[in-house]
Each structure stands twice: as structure tokens, then as C-alpha cells.
Design a protein around this ligand. Structure first.
Ligand code: BEZ
Length: 398
């Protein structure tokens, strides 16, 4: 049997929406004399990403990244044909938690991969810990997930909020010509990004000129907040926004005239992928910290970017890379987890060793978080395209 593709759709957030069985026949194949010979059974992987809401484009990037790895590996992980069952995380735990529970209890997924939003990740932690199933987070950076609330069953191929933000603190303290205003989306990730940045920024002598959290997923007009920034007399701004909010914030920052004299900094999600395409020239000069850029000048990344562009007609993003790497580590772990139990999988994940990623080599630390390089990026325009040029490496905060 060739490629089997069954698609179930529902527009309600939080429900399973897609079932894809990828190339090959689960459970058996024909041998040369036409008889059936047993093959490794198919493995069902739950993919939980936003298919709706402010982070839906990030979810699409993650699906593409995971699928791209499968396409490069004959639709198999650990030698087993993969069925993806996708569910909509929506905008947070209200939709994401029931969707994940259904993937495990009803759809019988061996592991769940994905999760964009920190609040969803925090809401899921106890369910996976108690049901002893693997949750492999490919974005959400909630610090506690690999800190105070670490679980044997929860691993992450992305970053933790505090660390990616902390990486930029000393550089901004050195460059800023006075107080820096801190502004972020009002939810778990925004709070942790600001806290992580503030810690290393103040330790390096930086001064805070003001701090504001904007309603998450609801703010379209940033003018009142931009007025407050101007009124504060801040000499620079540090921010956390992603997805649709990042587009609005950066464009309005430019339209309001702040970009002319008040340098804008942030975590790299502020200018990543389709967001940067939508911001265009408005984003030029924005400096960010992140563990990936399409502009990384390594043979591994160049080959990855070219192949991804060919497959999807667009450049990969950090979200795609994190999900691609999630497939890569699952590939290694499943090869050493014949029964596919959560306990087997997490033991095998502990032994995957260095991951040869487009972002550079990384490995899991003792808390199941990537130990990786953070890059200083600056948005530059060639006149034809805007990109996150790599300006150097940043030292990672521990
Ligand atoms: C988070 O909620 O952890 C998050 C969402 C988007 C980008 C980065 C982090």
C-alpha cells in the first residue's frame, strides 16, 4: 500500500483535526514472494500546535518543520511509520489542555509534540507527569517546565524564556544611552522574558525607565503604550511579542516615530519568519537574541535553508527548526524504545547525545532543556529582502 492520507477536520479549537498516515502500510508489508512479512508497527504522534488564534502561523511553521523531517526520512521515526494526529492548541490552556488529553486518552498517541504557548505548557505538565506519557515541547518556553516543575516525562527542543531573554541583557546595558523601557504581552511568557532580561541587564549596570504588560491576544492598537514609552524619556526599548502582535507592535513603533531615536530590542520572536516579511522595512535596525537565524553561515544551515525553501517556497523559521529537531530526537529515541512506553522513551531521550541541528549543535541539559548558542541578530535590508543578520554570539545565562 502506498501513501495513505486520511484527513479529519473540525474548526472548533481544542479538538483533533487532522489524521495523516504517512507513506507505507502500518504493521506489515509484502515480501518478494508476495507473502506478508511483519514490519515494525506504526507509531502515532500527537501534534499539538495552534491552528487558530494569534499564534496560528507559528503552529503552521512547526507542522512544516516536523513534516519536513519526516519527508526527508521516508515518513519514519526510529524505523517505524509515523501517523500524525494533529490537534488545535488554540490560544492557551482552555483549548490546549483538553486537546492534548484527547490525543493521549482517545487517540492513543505514543507521544505529544508541539505546544507554542507557555500557559498551555504549564497547564499540561501535571497531566503528562501523572499519565507517564512523553510531552516533547517544541516552542513554549515556560521556565518552570525545565526548572521548579521539571518532570521526567516533559522535554523541550526549543528554549526557556528566561535564558533566551537573559542572553541580550548585557549587550543592551552596554549599548543603551540611558534608561530602557520594558514592554511585553501580558501572560506567562511575557512576564518571564522581561524578568530574564531584567536580571542580566541590571546586573550589567542597565537602568529600567518603565515596565508595561499589554493584554495578550487582544491588543491591536499600541498607540497608548507607545505614548507612555515616549513620555518616560526612555532611550531604548526591550520587548517580547510574537506572531500577529509582533507585526503590529513593530510597524506602529516605526509609524509613531520612535524607531528614529529609540532603538528597539527584543527576543528574536519579534522579527521571525512571516512576521518579519509583514513588518518589512519597518523592522530595520531591530536587534534581538535567538538560537537561530536563516542567515547562520554554516554548511548545515545553508543546506537546510535551501532544501526547506524548495519544499515550502519560503524560508524556515526558528519554530520550524525546533519542530524539525523534535522529530530528529524522537527518531533516535524511538529506535531505542521498542515498546514505545513513556518510560522507555524518556530513558532513550537521555541518551540521544548531541543534535546536529541547523541552529548549530546542541544537547539536552540535565533539566531536559537545550544547551545551545544564542545569537545577536540585527534586521538588515538589502533593498529586496529584510533578514535577521547574525551580528555575533551571546553568552548564555545559566
Ligand atoms: C511562549 O508562550 O512561550 C512563546 C510563544 C511564542 C514565542 C515564544 C514563546
Amino acid at each position: 500500500m502506498g501513501v495513505l492520507s486520511v484527513i479529519r477536520h473540525s474548526l472548533r479549537p481544542g479538538t483533533a483535526v487532522v489524521l495523516l498516515a504517512l507513506s507505507g502500510c502500518a504493521g506489515s508489508s509484502l515480501n518478494q514472494s508476495g507473502g506478508e512479512q511483519p514490519t515494525a508497527t506504526a507509531v502515532k504522534i500527537g501534534l499539538l500546535v495552534p491552528l487558530s488564534g494569534v499564534y496560528a502561523p507559528l503552529g503552521e511553521d512547526m507542522r512544516n518543520g516536523f513534516q519536513f523531517y519526516l519527508d526527508q526520512h521516508s515518513g519514519k521515526l526510529g524505523g517505524r511509520t509515523v501517523e500524525i494526529v494533529a490537534a488545535d492548541e488554540g490560544e492557551g490552556p482552555q483549548t490546549g489542555v483538553p486537546a492534548a488529553q484527547k490525543l493521549v486518552t482517545q487517540d492513543q498517541a505514543t507521544a505529544v509534540v508541539g505546544v507554542v504557548n507557555s500557559a498551555t505548557a504549564l497547564g499540561l505538565r501535571n497531566f503528562f507527569h501523572e499519565s507517564k506519557k512523553l510531552l516533547l515541547i517544541a516552542n513554549a518556553g515556560a521556565d518552570a517546565i525545565t526548572g521548579a516543575q521539571k518532570s521526567d516525562y516533559v522535554w523541550r527542543t526549543s528554549f526557556s524564556n528566561g535564558k533566551v531573554a537573559a542572553a541580550l541583557g548585557p549587550a543592551v546595558a552596554k549599548e543603551a544611552d540611558g534608561g530602557v523601557y520594558l514592554i511585553a504581552a501580558d501572560y506567562a511568557a511575557g512576564k518571564e522574558m522581561i524578568a530574564g532580561f531584567r536580571k542580566t541587564f541590571e546586573a550589567a549596570g542597565g537602568k529600567v525607565a518603565g515596565e508595561k504588560y499589554t493584554p495578550f491576544g487582544k491588543t491591536q492598537d499600541f498607540q497608548p503604550f507607545l505614548s507612555a514609552i515616549r513620555g518616560s524619556g526612555a532611550k531604548a526599548v526591550y520587548s517580547f511579542y510574537a506572531g500577529a502582535e509582533a507585526v503590529s507592535f513593530v510597524k506602529q513603533y516605526r509609524q509613531f516615530g520612535l524607531a528614529d531615536n529609540t532603538p528597539l530590542y527584543g527576543t528574536g520572536f519579534l522579527t521571525e519568519g512571516g512576521v518579519l516579511d509583514a513588518q518589512g522595512e519597518a523592522a530595520v535596525g531591530v536587534k534581538t537574541s535567538l538560537h537561530y537565524s536563516t542567515e547562520l553561515d554554516t554548511p548545515r544551515n545553508k543546506e537546510f535553508v535551501a532544501a526547506f525553501r524548495k519544499a515550502y517556497n519560503e524560508a524556515p523559521t526558528v519554530y520550524a527548526v525546533q519542530a524539525y529537531d523534535a522529530a530528529a530526537v524522537l527518531d533516535k529515541a524511538l529506535a531505542n524504545a521498542p515498546g514505545g512506553t513513556g518510560d522507555e522513551l524518556v530513558k532513550a531521550l537521555g541518551g540521544v547525545g548531541p543534535v546536529d541541528s541547523p541552529r548549530g549543535q546542541w544537547s539536552f541539559d540535565a533539566n531536559h532543556d537545550p544547551q545551545q548558542t544564542y545569537y545577536l541578530r540585527e534586521v538588515k535590508s538589502s533593498g529586496e529582502a529584510v533578514v535577521n543578520a547574525v551580528a555575533g554570539q551571546l553568552s548564555a545565562a545559566q
